[in-house]
Design a protein around this ligand. Structure first.
Ligand SMILES: *Cc1c(COP(=O)(O)O)cnc(C)c1O
Length: 226
C-alpha cells in the first residue's frame, strides 16, 4: 500500500470522527484531496483506491495533468481552489466541476458568460477574505452581501456557499465560525474551509468541504502556501 493510501485512510477516519463527535454525518463532509504540485504518478494510487474528489490551485498546471486523468477516471470531480484570472475562465469552466474562488465582479461576470456560452453551469463558492488581509484574495466581509446579490440574482450563478483561508497567525476556529455566520445569514449551506492542519476544527464549525493536501500526499516541495 502506498503511503498516500495509508494517509488517505487516516484522514478519512479522522474526518468521520470529527463529524460524529459534533453530531454531524460524515457523508455531509466532502473530502477534497488537494493534489497541486503532485505528478499523475502520485495521484493515480489515490484514484485507484477509489477517491474521486480532487482540488488544484492553478488552471495551467491542472490543464497539463487532469484531462488525461479524467479520461481514465471519468467520474472524477475536480475543484478549483486557487485564484482565477479572467483570461483563464474558458479553460477553467471546461476542466473543473466546482470553482471555490469567485471573489470579484469581473471574475463572476466572466464565469457567468462562459457558463452560459457552453451551457455548463458549475456550482461555485464565493471566497471571503475573513481576516481582511491586504495581500489575500477574497471579497471583504462588508462587501459580501451585495456581491452575493450580483452573483445570484443578476448573473444567475449557482452559489453553493462560501470559502475562506484563515490568516496564518490567527486561531482558525474564529474564522470558521465567522464564515459559518456569514453563510447562514445569506441562506447558504456550503462551507469550504479547513486544510491539513485544521480540518477537524472546520468540521466542528460546519464545513461541507475540507481541502486537504499534505496530510494525504505528503509535504510539497517549496513554500506550504504554493
Ligand atoms: C494548498 C491548499 C490547500 C491544502 O493545503 P494543505 O495544508 O496541504 O492541506 C487547501 N486550500 C487551498 C486554497 C490551498 O491552496
Amino acid at each position: 500500500m502506498s503511503e498516500a493510501i495509508e494517509r488517505l485512510s487516516a484522514v478519512k477516519a479522522d474526518l468521520a470522527k470529527a463529524a460524529t463527535d459534533h453530531g454531524r454525518s460524515p457523508q455531509n463532509v466532502t473530502l477534497i484531496a488537494v493534489s497541486k504540485t503532485f505528478e499523475p504518478e502520485a495521484i493515480i494510487p489515490v484514484l485507484d483506491a477509489g477517491h474521486r474528489v480532487f482540488g488544484e490551485n492553478r488552471v495551467q498546471e491542472s490543464a497539463g495533468k487532469w484531462p488525461e486523468l479524467k479520461n481514465r477516471y471519468p467520474d472524477v470531480e475536480l475543484h478549483l481552489i486557487g485564484p482565477l484570472q479572467s483570461n483563464k475562465t474558458r479553460e477553467a469552466v471546461a476542466l473543473f466541476d466546482v470553482i471555490h474562488t469567485v471573489d470579484r465582479p469581473k471574475i463572476a461576470k466572466a464565469l457567468a458568460t462562459e457558463m452560459e456560452r457552453v451551457n455548463r453551469h458549475l456550482p461555485v463558492f464565493v471566497q471571503v477574505n475573513t481576516g481582511a488581509e491586504p495581500q489575500k484574495a477574497g471579497v471583504l466581509p462588508e462587501d459580501l452581501d451585495p456581491f452575493l446579490k450580483l452573483c445570484r440574482d443578476d448573473l444567475g450563478l449557482n452559489v453553493m456557499g462560501l470559502m475562506c483561508i484563515p490568516p496564518i497567525e490567527d486561531e482558525p476556529a474564529v474564522h470558521f465560525g465567522f464564515l459559518a455566520t456569514l453563510a447562514n445569514r445569506n441562506g447558504l449551506d456550503g462551507l469550504s474551509m479547513g486544510m491539513s492542519s485544521d480540518y477537524k476544527a472546520a468540521i466542528q464549525f460546519g464545513a461541507s468541504h475540507v481541502r486537504v493536501g499534505s496530510a494525504i500526499f505528503g509535504a510539497r516541495p517549496g513554500p506550504a502556501t504554493q
